[in-house]
Design a protein around this ligand. Sequence first.
Ligand SMILES: [Zn+2]
Length: 285
Amino acid sequence: MPAMPVKKLTIVLLVALMGVALQGCKLPIERAQASPSVRYASPAEEKPQGGKVSEFESLFASWSSSSGSDNSDTVQTEIPSNNSNYIYLTFDDGPDPKWTPQIINLLARHKAVGTFFVIGRSAVTYPELILQEAQAGQMIANHGYNHMDLTTLDYGNFFLEVKDTENVVREALSAYPDLSQNVVPCLRPPYGAINDNVWTFAYRLPYDVSMWTLDTNDWTGLAAESILDNVLTKAKAGSVVLMHDGGKDRSETVEALALILHEMTLSGWEFRPMCTAEGQQAPSW
Ligand SMILES: [Zn+2]
């Protein structure tokens, strides 16, 4: 086989590089224009392929920041906001004295708001973490008192699981009445277990049932880079992202969150509260 002339080879390589660059440039826009979709997370549905994406995005970010100004903040302001570039970050199974403060600090540093679905029995053990969440402007939602499968309960026990959790959260904030607006009427059933009773009982309280549309799979023990890839490759406008700040070692989640907040902020994404005192902002299920 004859060797390819050096000049021709250079041109081929340049064209290939430009192709990669163009594809990468389009990524944030494509994600931002995607219409919101509501579906339950199915872990095996999409193959991780974000390694190259995140690699390119950090490369792109470094190009952009070095081209115009020394201040990397200019990257963010150059991207127009079209009000469809937002996702909802949600954290289950806290509060936890090791992981929750780290997550709160990361969110605060990026001016991001998340929604914490707390377990009542942990909230009563660590009321200071509930206070810390609310004082940082984060939203505090309900994951039941004992992390039980709610589909197995009658209304009386269902009521106690939810209301006892709400009461310990309100108690933790009782010295600061203004922070009660951070306590939100959203319920995420443990294990994602729902049936007609859960819907009916929650409605009666009244609470919104709050599921998710993007499972980071952090609960399976994935490495931070893989958690990041899951979010970058699956995020659409209005995605509800499932992560965990308690239950077991969440060091990979914390590391992944730092990467997610950094990369997606540079790409113009916002992180909004899924629930407010008025109820759920994300699509109803
Ligand atoms: Zn849980």
